[in-house]
Ligand binder design. Structure first.
Ligand code: OFO
Length: 168
């Protein structure tokens, strides 16, 4: 059994992971609608991964005697101006989640909650990987000159299909 405050914070993080999953689902739909199937596939797979993160926290809370709660989730963006915006926002979201995880780790450590501290180590490593992954995608866009259109957009989307097959 953990402290009430820690359960509240873990439930907040659970909500963020769920929202992250919805963010990527909506991004994926936008890509499909704009004929970017590779990017859509990549983001759909990523949305499933985020759902898995939510489930991990859900199980941890319930297994330690707390109650995982799916509260109200804020609606996520559905329209984008470009594929650049999609991936820039995805990277921003990962950076935000990493900061939240770090705060949670600090809180667990300060409060000597070592089971939670230990549980969260997986998330620290995962965030390092995910930030690197989205940085890599944003770098690819930059290498192609940004403001992708026609052939470059086609090449980028093909690369995203490769990422979808490779990374998840
Ligand atoms: Fe992107 O790793 Fe969870 O949120």
């Amino acid at each position: 059994m953990l402290s009430k405050e820690l359960y509240a914070k873990l439930n907040e993080q659970l909500g963020r992971e769920y929202i992250a999953s919805n963010i990527y689902l909506n991004m994926s739909s936008w890509c499909y609608k704009n004929r970017l199937k590779g990017s859509g596939n990549f983001l759909l797979k990523h949305a499933m991964e985020e759902y898995g993160h939510m489930q991990k926290i859900f199980n941890f809370i319930n297994e330690t005697g707390g109650q995982a709660i799916i509260g109200e989730l804020e609606a996520t963006q559905t329209e984008y101006t470009s594929v650049e915006e999609v991936f820039k926002k995805a990277l921003e979201n990962e950076i935000f989640v990493s900061a939240c995880i770090s705060d949670l780790v600090t809180f667990a450590h300060t409060n000597k909650d070592y089971p939670t501290f230990s549980f969260l180590q997986w998330f620290i490593n995962e965030q390092v990987e995910e930030e690197a992954l989205f940085c890599d995608v944003c770098d690819k866009i930059e290498m192609l000159g940004g403001k992708l259109k026609e052939e470059k957009l086609f090449l980028f989307d093909r690369e995203m299909q490769r990422f979808a097959d490779l990374h998840q």
